[in-house]
Design a protein. Structure first.
Length: 440
């Protein structure tokens, strides 16, 4: 499987490079307000403040870059992840840094609002060529490359093998064997009956109204044949019969779900299944050891799907030192720094060389199944039967999409009618697009 996955990943990368990078090489240097500069001097870098280990990794990358040469000095500013995007949004472009981290789904809105500039003339071709197809897809808007990522994301179901076996539940080990909604419900019933807690599932229900809702549960809508948006419209996609059926099924799992108010439902054994991502792996693996298994999300009818995408890096549209900014990004995206970051947060690398060297996601590794889904990825507007990992829509209207979907999902979870909630959300999203002339 490693050969198949590696070859497919390489083929996708080649296709992405031809289709995307090839169209970028002839573009003018940067955006209207940026300038290449002479490649020397001080540059400012903004990053979101994540886990302590992530913060240490980015600080080490900056320190090593500064120590490795004497032409460019990077000044790093860490901003709370809770306020990072609003800080960038509210800052005039001439006050933004030379280099900034960007939450992937917001990239198109930053392009639309002239916060960032194309990077292909500032970043080395070798750096772009080493980016995974997912990194290219997530960083591209309007056929221009605006961002490249250090890491991607992987998600699905975590299982406690000991509890699954004790309840007699056979769990899926491949995407072809992913549970159907009915099979998943049957498994939850058996696990709840066998567990003293009377519960079987944690799906981080307190965060359904936020970005976790779209990232973690839009894949079920897409797996059912629906979508968040199609051809620039939410109506007919988000409120389709397939979408309604998918979220009706999600709501039916509430009786088996632990609210997990203390964050320990899975590690304490109160539930046997947790809906989560790569960021849970360090804690879960330490707690469960060999009993931890990774599984696909349920197949709602059109093949199992999963969320993908994470933070990416771009260049501020007002920079006057694009060459220096590009030189820093080249260094930031080398194997040493990417591996240090993924070691810190457990994420899959967004560079091909680092990803293929990461045993965690390769054949025989604990998260090999999730590595396979990333090798079969697609954009939200190009979903196929073979696609598993789906990146969120690249549109300046994404903030409205995720807010309305999350709101509808949370309401449905609390008992609201799925059809009414999704119709209302679709109407609001389409109104937002109409009010902004389709974000053209």
């Amino acid at each position: 499987m490693i050969t198949t996955r590696t070859l497919r990943r390489g083929a996708l990368l080649a296709a992405a490079t031809i289709a995307v990078v090839g169209s970028l090489t002839a573009c003018s240097a940067g955006g209207a307000g940026s300038a290449a500069g002479d490649g020397t001097g001080d540059i400012e870098v903004w990053a979101h403040q994540g886990q302590d280990s992530e913060n240490a990794a980015i600080q080490a990358a900056v320190d090593d870059f500064n120590a490795s040469q004497d032409k460019v000095t990077v000044k790093l500013r860490l901003i709370s992840g809770d306020t990072y995007t609003t800080t960038v949004t509210s800052t005039p472009k001439d006050q933004l840094p030379d280099v900034l981290e960007i939450d992937g789904p917001t990239l198109a809105s930053f392009v639309y609002n002239d916060k960032i500039t194309p990077i292909s003339d500032y970043v080395a071709k070798a750096t772009i060529d080493n980016a995974t197809p997912g990194s290219i897809a997530e960083g591209t808007s309007g056929d221009e490359l605006y961002g490249l990522a250090m890491y991607d994301s992987a998600m699905g179901l975590y299982g406690n093998k000991k509890l699954l076996d004790a309840a007699g539940v056979v769990y899926p080990t491949s995407f072809d064997a992913a549970w159907t909604p009915e099979q998943f419900t049957t498994a939850l019933e058996a696990l709840s009956a066998a567990n003293p807690s009377g519960k079987a599932l944690d799906l981080n229900e307190s965060s359904l109204s936020g970005e976790w809702g779209a990232y973690g549960f839009a894949p079920l809508v897409q797996s059912a044949g629906g979508n968040l948006i199609a051809d620039g419209k939410a109506a007919g996609a988000l409120d389709s019969a397939a979408s309604i059926d998918a979220l009706t099924a999600v709501a039916s799992w509430k009786p088996f779900t632990d609210p997990n108010s203390d964050g320990n439902a899975f590690v304490d054994g109160r539930v046997a299944i947790a809906w989560g991502g790569h960021w849970n792996y360090p804690t879960f693996s330490e707690a469960l050891g060999q009993d931890l298994v990774a599984m696909p999300l349920p197949n709602m009818g059109e093949g199992a799907k999963a969320g993908a995408g994470s933070w990416t890096w771009g260049i501020g549209s007002g920079t006057q030192n694009g060459k220096a900014a590009g030189a820093f990004l080249d260094a930031l995206l080398n194997d040493t720094n990417v591996t240090a970051m993924t070691d810190a947060n457990g994420a899959p690398a967004a560079t091909t060389s680092a990803f293929e060297a990461d045993a965690l996601y390769q054949t025989g590794g604990p998260l090999a199944l999730w590595g396979e889904q990333l090798a079969n990825a697609c954009a939200a507007d190009a979903i196929t039967a073979d696609c598993i990992a789906v990146y969120r829509p690249v549109t300046a209207g994404y903030p409205a999409i995720t807010a309305k979907f999350g709101g509808a999902l949370a309401a449905i979870w609390k008992g609201a009618d799925p059809k009414e909630s999704l119709t209302e959300a679709a109407t609001a999203i389409d109104q937002n697009f109409a009010d902004n002339d389709g974000f053209k």
